[in-house]
Design a protein around this ligand. Structure first.
Ligand SMILES: Cc1cc2nc3c(=O)[nH]c(=O)nc-3n(C[C@H](O)[C@H](O)[C@H](O)COP(=O)(O)OP(=O)(O)OC[C@H]3O[C@@H](n4cnc5c(N)ncnc54)[C@H](O)[C@@H]3O)c2cc1C
Length: 286
């Protein structure tokens, strides 16, 4: 295994060995190796690249290093900056996973259950990608998650650029069991008072986080942004149902026009999303 000390050295190592695979915390990668799904010819370890293990400020944004661990993002100083990402990091697996697993690994794996992903979608975060010869390019995280753009040979996620909104944001996750577990559904709600916007993303119910844009616009128009920002319970419930129906729509009617029902398990999932979205918005506005 090669252990470069900088992002550019890591890119150079990957470019020199096209069959090599980058490894950060190894929590996803080693699981794939152990189960026989992956047999990397060589590994390029990212764990010694100190420049991507912290964050810096840039034009009202935070530039988060891809090597930030979930444990680090869960700490109070980070939570004061980006509360929803800190909440997602605290919910990501048991402590040994949070100590090793990184933001960049969560994004590159792009699992539907990746807890950071709906938060990054709601924040409309962008990725700074490091490429050969010191090249940097920026792309929306949603483009990578939707497969509209891919990482090219030798490229690495270097940083994640997140706006600092200085307003409440909430991440809530439902799991199939008590204690740490993968999400069956998750919801991130972010308030953006400067743009009088509510941004919401739903995780785990589809291959990538879903943005219920019409529900966001509808509820933002109900909020008194210059006043108390509170909503009546009926509006919160309606928002939850709007979000859930947008992400898990009714099936199309049969050819003869007969309405079709969602299977009970999917109806249950839709109810879970509705409850999470209602609670998340209620907490953000309280
Ligand atoms: C028991 C268990 C429970 C888990 N629970 C959760 C959970 O509740 N929520 C959750 O979100 N995740 C969970 N995970 C998944 C995992 O911990 C996270 O996805 C983690 O953030 C992955 O980061 P890593 O640094 O370990 O990635 P690695 O395993 O090192 O890498 C994962 C993939 O990303 C690539 N990669 C890593 N860094 C970069 C980079 N900078 N640029 C480009 N590619 C890169 C690697 O090549 C590899 O393909 C769990 C995993 C396990 C084993």
């Amino acid at each position: 295994m090669t252990l470069p000390g900088s992002l550019d050295e890591a890119v150079a190592a990957l470019t020199a060995m096209p069959a090599a695979v980058p490894v950060a915390g190894g929590t996803d990668l080693m699981a794939a190796v152990n189960s026989g799904l992956l047999r990397p010819a060589a590994l390029v370890g990212l764990g010694r690249i100190s420049e991507i293990r912290g964050w810096q400020y840039q034009d009202g944004h935070a530039l988060l290093g891809a090597g930030l661990t979930h444990a680090r993002m869960g700490r109070p100083d980070f939570a004061a900056l980006i509360p929803a990402l800190a909440a997602a990091a605290r919910a990501a697996g048991p402590p040994q996973i949070r100590n090793a697993g990184t933001l960049g690994g969560n994004i590159a794996t792009a699992a539907p259950t990746g807890d950071a992903l709906p938060v990054l979608a709601a924040l409309e975060a962008t990725l700074i990608i490091a490429g050969p010869d010191g090249a940097r390019r920026e792309l929306p995280v949603s483009h990578l998650l939707a497969g509209m753009e891919m990482l090219r040979a030798g490229e690495l996620i270097g940083y994640v650029r997140v706006p600092l909104l200085h307003a409440p944001q909430v991440f809530l996750k439902a799991t199939g069991r008590t204690g740490p577990g993968r999400a069956t559904a998750s919801v991130a709600v972010v308030l953006d008072p400067a743009r009088r916007g509510v941004r919401c993303a739903v995780g785990a119910v589809a291959p990538m986080p879903l943005r219920p844009l019409e529900a966001e616009q509808w509820v933002a128009s109900l909020i008194d942004w210059d006043g108390e920002r509170a909503l009546v319970p009926e509006a919160l419930t309606a928002f939850g149902e709007y979000v859930a129906a947008a992400c898990i729509p009714d099936p199309a009617p049969a050819e003869d026009g007969t309405p079709q029902q969602l299977p009970p398990a999917v109806l249950h999932l839709r109810r879970t999303v509705a409850v999470l979205a209602r609670r998340a918005l209620g907490r953000a506005l309280s």
